[in-house]
Each structure stands twice: as C-alpha cells, then as structure tokens.
Design a protein around this ligand. Structure first.
Ligand SMILES: Cc1cc2nc3c(=O)[nH]c(=O)nc-3n(C[C@H](O)[C@H](O)[C@H](O)COP(=O)(O)OP(=O)(O)OC[C@H]3O[C@@H](n4cnc5c(N)ncnc54)[C@H](O)[C@@H]3O)c2cc1C
Length: 329
C-alpha cells in the first residue's frame, strides 16, 4: 500500500552528491531521506579507479562509494530504495511532493536534486562489457590510464574535440572517429585539433564493435565507413565516447531554469529557480563534473537548505539566503 512520509529534506539520488548532502543534513539533525533507484554510489560504481579525490592517491570507485554511504549513515542519513518518478511543488503551501514508482509520496519543504546524468552510449557490442577496461566516458578521470597507448575518441562536437586534444597528454596517438565529413565543434577547438600532430581524424566512420585481448582489456575497434560500407580495424587500447550527456531532470515538472543542454541552473547557494528546490553535482550547469565538485555542491546545497528551512520557520523565507562563511546557521 502506498504511504505518505513527511521529511524536512528529500534528496533525490545517492551518488557522491546525494550521499554528501545526506551526511550534512543528518549532521544538522534534519529529518532527511536519500532516495536511490539502485545501489548507493552513482557513477562511482561505474568507475574502476579514482586517482583524483584528495586524501586518496588511488581508491576503487565502489570502495569510495561504500565510505561515503557509511559516513552519511553514521551522521543519521536515511537511505531508501525507489525510483523517483516526479517531484512537484504544491500550490497551497509551496512544499514538495516527491513520488516514487511504488506510489509512496515524500512530502517536504525542501528538496535537493542530485540525480546526476547519463552519458549517451553507442549501444554497440563490447561497449558495456569493456566499460572501465578501455571504454570510458570521462577523459579527465581515465585518460592517465592510457599513457603511451593509442586512444580512440568517438564524436564530433565540442566535448569530443576538446577531450581528444586533452588526451594527447597521455596517448602516443589519439584517433578521432566521426560519423560525418565535418565536425560540429567550434572553430577554435577545430583549429587546435588540426594543429595537434598527435591527432588523426577518421571521417564518415562509425565503430561497429569493441574487441578485447585475452585479459579482457580493449585492444581493437571494428570500424565501418558509412559512405562505402568498407570495414577496417583500428588497434587501440581505449575508446572514449563523447556523443552527449543527458542530465536526469525528467522528474521535475514545469518551468525550471536550465541551460541549452538541460542542466539545472542554480545560484551560488545551489538553489534552482524554484525556491526550496536545490540541485547539486552532475545535474547542475557548471564547468566540470567530478566527485570533488559534486560533494562541494552538495555541502553548499545541504547548508543552504537548512538555512531555507530556518527562514521558513521564522516566517521570512522570501529573504535571500545569506551565507555566514561557517558551518552553523
Ligand atoms: C566512467 C566514469 C569515470 C569517472 N571517473 C571519475 C574520476 O576518476 N574522478 C572523479 O572525480 N570523477 C569521475 N567521474 C565523474 C563522477 O563520477 C561524477 O562527477 C560524480 O559521480 C557525480 O556525482 P552525482 O552524485 O552528481 O551524480 P551520480 O554519480 O550520477 O549519481 C546520481 C544518482 O542518482 C540516482 N538517480 C538518478 N535518477 C534517479 C531517480 N529518478 N530516482 C532515484 N535515483 C535516481 C542514480 O541512480 C545515481 O545513483 C567519472 C564518471 C564516469 C562516467
């Protein structure tokens, strides 16, 4: 039977941002819940090794996820499993109703959306199988694992071209594979790409399949020219795919400010254009998306939500949230 629950803060998604927000709201003694459709961890669970989280020279993604969730639970965060299907603002009192797929409703005056995003996949054989073993969607995260090796990059937009350029720091050669005869990326990025002697471009071509060696590590891509249908093989130890990233914002109704890619715009306190609705981590419009930025956003969002609740309680929630520079409200 569907149940209605009341919380101070509902957090949607238990990736690094959601778990960190839960840790802070728990520590602030707010009644809060983190709703997660799968296992807590978010993209950390799809990441083999993390080498750029301060304090850990290297740590497995799932180990860091476990540490985050243990820490949040220790400070009183409550985790529940459920797919959030919508989050709507009530017209009468301005509070939010967050609905899970089993019909349960979570009522709260504040919501923090930390639902992350999803890299768009090619959907070809070997892609999912060798993710983390040569197939990647994050150059800054995984590029360093392919020093002096051949790195393939798939895509033709800004992200693909910029990341191909970035990956030449590591790879002996970077091969950009693009299904069209021209790039969509901005001219300045294209100039940089064509001037880089370590980059080769293969035009009008798609990847049909990813192959691996006996140890399950990527070693070959099967290519097909879409004009001639001619097939070929590329020896490469990595395939980075940059054909788009979709923020998981489908649960939010109506008009909320977002950028052209659909990422939620916030102010410096992580508040969206809807008062009481905060966003943190990969779902938010920002320069870069990393674990460090996700937890930084989440810290701000949780503390701003706490201040918002206090302002609501004191009857002055129309006032801007003013930071104190410290932890306490
Ligand atoms: C392959 C890869 C490797 C990476 N490597 C690194 C690295 O080495 N270092 C680094 O700093 N960063 C790395 N990143 C980036 C980093 O993982 C992300 O920036 C970080 O996980 C963002 O955290 P988040 O909590 O905002 O989102 P996510 O980690 O995406 O978490 C969002 C969570 O929300 C849940 N969710 C979404 N929709 C719903 C819903 N409707 N109902 C319930 N739950 C929902 C999801 O299941 C997920 O658990 C990597 C990313 C990828 C893809």
């Amino acid at each position: 039977m569907a149940t209605t629950f009341n919380y101070d803060v509902v957090i949607v998604g238990a990736g690094p941002a959601g778990m960190c927000a839960g840790m802070y709201t728990g520590r602030s003694m707010l009644k809060s819940v983190v709703l997660e459709r799968g296992f807590p961890g978010g993209e950390l669970l799809n990441t083999e090794l993390i080498e750029d989280y301060p304090g850990f020279e290297h740590i497995l993604g799932h180990e860091l996820a476990q540490k985050f969730s243990d820490h949040a639970i220790k400070f009183g965060a409550e985790f529940k499993t459920g797919v959030v299907v919508e989050c709507v603002r009530r017209r009468d009192d301005g509070s939010f109703e967050t609905r899970a797929d089993n019909g349960d409703v979570y009522q709260s005056p504040a919501v923090i959306v930390t639902a992350g995003g999803t890299p768009i996949k090619l959907g070809i054989p070997g892609e999912a199988e060798y993710a983390g073993k040569g197939v990647s969607y994050c150059a800054i995260c995984d590029g360093a694992f392919f020093r002096d090796q051949v790195i393939a990059v798939v895509g033709g937009g800004d992200a693909a071209v910029e990341e191909a350029d970035f990956l030449t720091r590591y790879g002996s050669k970077v091969v950009l594979i693009h299904r069209r005869g021209e790039l969509r990326a901005s001219k300045i990025l294209q100039q940089r790409l064509f001037a880089n002697p370590k980059i080769e471009v293969i035009w009008n071509t798609i990847v049909d399949e990813v192959k691996a060696d006996g140890q399950g590590l990527v070693n070959k891509l099967l290519l097909r020219n879409i004009d001639t249908n001619a097939t070929s093989e590329l020896d490469a130890q990595a395939m980075f795919v940059f054909i788009g990233f979709r923020p998981n914002t489908g649960i939010i109704e109506g008009h909320i400010d977002h950028d052209e890619m659909g990422y939620l715009r916030t102010d410096a306190n992580m508040q969206t254009s809807v008062r009481g609705l905060f966003a943190a981590g990969d779902v938010r419009a920002q320069l870069t998306r990393q674990v460090t930025t996700a937890v930084g956003d989440a810290t701000t969002a949780a503390i701003a939500a706490e201040k918002y609740l206090k302002a609501l309680h004191d009857g002055d929630a129309t006032e801007p949230i003013v930071g104190t520079g410290g932890y306490a409200v």
